[in-house]
Design a protein around this ligand. Structure first.
Ligand code: ZN
Ligand code: ZN
Length: 170
């Protein structure tokens, strides 16, 4: 009996120390998880309410709160979100600017006469009506001016008092 007694008196203090060490270790882990949740949510949301909620989850429900946070947190970080919007803007710009210079392949506006990058002539202005027309067209589709004689163009030109016929509204 004495042996067991002495064994217990030796072992119990060790167990107590181990217990305390484990407790301190868990508290440190818990504190670290709260800190991590705080940093993580700050990188994912600007909303103060969301930040407070995430930190209190990790704080009030040790470890389980962190798991909940991982499930509930916004999927993208603010940095990723920013990169994504930039990417989308870039893609949208690409869609809005399908025109490219046939010579240097750089983006141009559809109504450019000349490429601002390589100075290639893309279009010309009609001598008669001043509208921008394709270089390859031998006749202006707006005023029927063929570029050789002005009288031909004026013959086909619409009289100023006639109303334009709107085919599409019918
Ligand atoms: Zn060009
Ligand atoms: Zn014309």
């Amino acid at each position: 009996m004495d042996e067991i007694q002495s064994l217990l008196t030796n072992v119990i203090p060790i167990l107590i120390v181990l217990g305390w060490a484990l407790l301190v270790y868990l508290i440190l882990l818990w504190a670290a998880s709260v800190l991590w949740a705080y940093r993580d949510i700050r990188g994912r949301s600007d909303d103060v309410m969301v930040q407070v909620l995430a930190v209190s989850l990790a704080l009030l429900l040790p470890f389980a709160g962190l798991a909940l946070h991982l499930i509930l947190r916004p999927r993208q970080t603010l940095g990723e979100k920013y990169e994504r919007t930039l990417e989308e803007q870039y893609l949208r710009r690409d869609l809005e600017e399908p025109c490219a210079c046939p010579s240097c392949q750089r983006g141009i506006e559809p109504d450019f006469i000349l490429c601002p990058h390589c100075h290639t002539h893309l279009r010309r202005r009609c001598d008669s009506c001043d509208k921008v027309i394709d270089l390859t067209w031998s006749v202006c589709p707006y005023c029927a001016e063929d570029g050789t004689s002005r009288t031909v163009g004026t013959r086909y030109r619409r009289a100023p008092d006639t109303q334009p016929v709107d085919v599409y509204s019918r």
